[in-house]
Design a protein around this ligand. Structure first.
Ligand SMILES: Nc1ncnc2c1ncn2[C@@H]1O[C@H](COP(=O)(O)OP(=O)(O)O)[C@@H](O)[C@H]1O
Ligand SMILES: [Mg+2]
Length: 242
């Protein structure tokens, strides 16, 4: 389980996180929603230890990762995969080599085993047979799928998605939502999705947490957020709902 406790972070004079408290339940998908610039990516980076808090902590399976450095931090990170906003594929590497990047670094798996994993993961994201393609030959949705295949290649316990549908057309965005749901059901990976896309949040979230003004101001099911009478929650939901 991931527990975020009283997390605070200020950049210069900008208080981005003002005491975030959130528990991420295992085996489910938690969506963290909030307007652009509210600190979603900053929060996500704290969860993988890429940013250190000014105050508070992130506990992953009982370990406070905010105090970990070096090897002990990498050990915890081995169980967490992140799908960054742009997909972050390396343009000079084929689809296959992008997917095996982490595996080559952290395991001693050999070519036949690596190929088998690539094939299996590509089929899971419905991109079977694209091993040899280069990122420049892929559409935005396909790039996102490859980034997801790479994320699941290491069999993580946790998968974090940063704005997985941003920049995609609505049909492709919907397909990515479905993929995220399918993978969650098949692989039972605990997923955290940060997004400003409310439609996507409704589609995939078991729990939705709303980040506003540096705090989690609401936590509940998609149905509960729709019916919430709290002014700040309503403003965001009504402004974006379609
Ligand atoms: N490394 C950094 N240094 C200074 N300011 C930052 C840094 N990272 C993020 N910020 C600021 O924190 C705020 C929240 O950013 P971010 O988490 O990226 O928002 P979003 O909710 O859109 O993901 C923004 O005002 C951004 O400029
Ligand atoms: Mg962001």
């Amino acid at each position: 389980m991931i527990q975020i406790v009283n997390l605070k972070k200020t950049f210069g004079d900008k208080k981005v996180l003002r005491g975030v408290n959130l528990e991420i339940m295992d085996g489910a998908t938690t969506v963290i929603i909030g307007p652009s610039g509210c600190g979603k990516t900053v929060l996500l980076k704290h969860i993988v230890g890429l940013i250190r808090p000014d105050e508070g902590k992130v506990m992953i399976d009982g370990v406070n990762i905010s105090n970990l450095y070096g090897t002990s931090l990498f050990k915890v990170r081995e169980h967490i995969s992140v799908v960054f906003q742009g997909g972050a594929l390396l343009d000079s590497l084929s689809v296959s080599n992008n997917i095996t990047l982490g595996l080559r670094k952290h395991t001693k798996l050999r070519e036949p085993e690596l190929s088998k994993i690539v094939k299996e993961k590509l089929e899971m994201v419905k991109l079977g047979g694209t091993e040899k393609l280069m990122p420049s030959e892929l559409s935005g949705g396909m790039k996102k799928r490859v980034a997801i295949a790479r994320a699941i290649a290491t069999n993580p316990k946790y998968i974090l998605y940063d704005e997985p549908t941003t920049g995609l057309d609505p049909i492709t965005a919907n397909k990515i939502d479905k993929l995220i749901c399918n993978l969650q059901q098949k692989l039972k990976i605990t997923a955290i999705v940060v997004t400003h896309d409310l439609t996507s949040a409704y589609n995939i979230g078991d729990t939705i947490a709303m980040l506003r003004e540096g705090e989690i101001i609401f936590e509940g099911t998609p149905k509960e957020i729709r019916n919430c009478e709290e002014q700040k929650v309503k403003e965001f939901v009504r402004g974006r709902d379609i």
